[in-house]
Design a protein around this ligand. Structure first.
Ligand SMILES: Nc1nc2c(c(=O)[nH]1)N[C@H]1C(S)=C(S)[C@@H](COP(=O)(O)O)O[C@H]1N2
Ligand SMILES: [Mo]
Length: 406
């Protein structure tokens, strides 16, 4: 048998077994054609995600959770949202993975093998909240372009790695350092190797925080590929776009990093409030730093029914970017009156905090439970939408669920 024909027959055999039956007219199928049934990869299998997750986009992959799926104290991979700006790297050669620290503000560039990085520096584990800056975008009007995230682009996993601070100290940083910027192994949707899908960063004070990690484990295991395997920057409490996945290089800059998606209007909001739909000049847009105070009711699922006279125990999580959440309240009368929830302390700085409350309803009928968190600076979540902004960032409105008492 000729080699080409052999390959084709093998392909047809494999295809038939994947489809579960023969391709009847396979002899008329064009060469190099992939049958439709095999064209659509199953994202749930591909990324080990729960079937309840919502796929918002497949080019690139963007997948979000629903509120009730985020009920775990530590988010497992199957419920963790995926936000990609480009194409996930293929064929990662972990044995030869390297991280280079360069830029105007290093004494001299230095490269570490992944193994060396893991063993040379002390390892730390933190629970870190990562929320996409665009989480909640779908509620804004006029609508903003981009993935229409509802409430599920947030996670709090346990990340293990070395402190970026320790690595930067080992390299030697000049006094004029202002910002760090990451460069990663994912590729631009255009396929152009010169273009980066995203290259963002954080100011030095955030880069040097104890909790800012170069992580190689998530929830005690290798980081799943979609979340940055084998090495990821994790800067909890800031828009998750600052937490570069598949990191190969970190540049220490003597100015605000100017990589892809650092420039206005990406990941920026108007420096001063604007009217809905207003055009905002690039120079009037400010970089998002700490994420605002927010919370999510993760139990029960919206639409739950309860018998009259029964007590409903609700629970969820609250977070406030760089700050601790000071208090958590709920309302069953559309925000007219508020009652306190029990609120736990965070396990470490930048981890989300768990809350719970027991609710009794006065009579049968339809109710909404609204949850409102307040940060250590006394600032609470807005009940409905916060200020409109052109890119639809930072919607930290109270989470609301529907309940029927029967
Ligand atoms: N290299 C790289 N890092 C990245 C991104 C990306 O597209 N490429 N997306 C960023 C954005 S916008 C977000 S919200 C988070 C999402 O992290 P997750 O997919 O692990 O939930 O990763 C950030 N890091
Ligand atoms: Mo994001």
């Amino acid at each position: 048998m000729k080699r080409r024909k052999f390959i084709r027959n093998t392909f047809l055999g494999t295809a038939a077994s994947l489809i579960g039956t023969d391709i009847v007219f396979s002899s008329s199928m064009p060469k190099n054609y992939t049958p439709i049934v095999l064209q659509d990869p199953d994202p749930y299998k591909l990324f080990n995600k729960d079937k309840g997750m919502t796929v918002l986009n497949d080019k690139p992959w963007n997948i979000e959770a629903k509120a009730h799926l985020l009920d775990d104290k530590i988010t497992p991979n199957k419920y963790m949202f995926i936000r990609n700006n480009g194409i996930i790297p293929k064929n990662i050669d972990v044995a030869n993975w390297e991280l280079t620290i360069d830029g105007e503000s290093v004494s001299a560039p230095k490269t570490y093998k992944l193994q060396e990085l893991k063993s040379k520096f002390k390892n730390y584990t933190y629970q870190l909240t990562l929320e996409c800056g665009g989480n909640g975008r779908s509620e804004f009007n006029p609508p903003a372009k981009g993935n229409q995230w509802t409430v599920g682009a947030v996670s709090c996993a346990e990340w293990t790695g070395v402190r970026l601070k320790d690595v930067l100290e080992d390299v030697g940083i000049k006094d004029d350092a202002v910002y760090i910027g990451y460069h990663a192994a994912d590729t631009h949707l255009s396929g152009d190797p010169e273009k980066e899908p995203i290259s963002r960063g954080v100011p030095m004070n955030k880069a040097l925080q104890e909790e800012t990690l170069l992580a190689f484990k998530m929830n005690g295991e290798d980081i799943p590929l979609a979340h940055g395997y084998p090495l990821r920057l994790v800067a909890g409490g800031w828009p998750a776009s600052a937490s570069g996945k598949w990191v190969e290089r970190i540049s220490v800059r003597d100015k605000v990093h100017d990589g892809t998606k650092m420039k206005a209007p990406a990941y920026r909001v108007p420096c001063k409030p604007v009217a809905p739909g207003e055009k905002v000049k690039d120079e009037d847009m400010c970089i998002i730093e700490s994420m605002p105070v927010k919370s999510l009711i993760t139990y029960p699922k919206s639409g739950a029914m309860i018998d009259e006279g029964k007590t409903l125990n609700i629970r969820g999580h609250a977070w406030a970017g760089e700050l601790q959440v000071e208090s958590m309240q709920y309302s069953i009368d559309f925000g007219a009156t508020w009652y306190p929830c029990k609120l736990e302390k965070p396990l470490n700085r930048l981890a989300w905090q768990h809350f719970s409350a027991s609710i009794e309803f006065p009579k049968k009928g339809y109710y909404e439970i609204w949850g409102k968190a307040t940060g250590a600076n006394g600032v609470s979540q807005p009940m409905l939408l916060p200020g409109w902004n052109p890119k639809g960032y930072l919607n930290n409105a109270c989470h609301r669920i529907a309940i029927k008492v029967k």
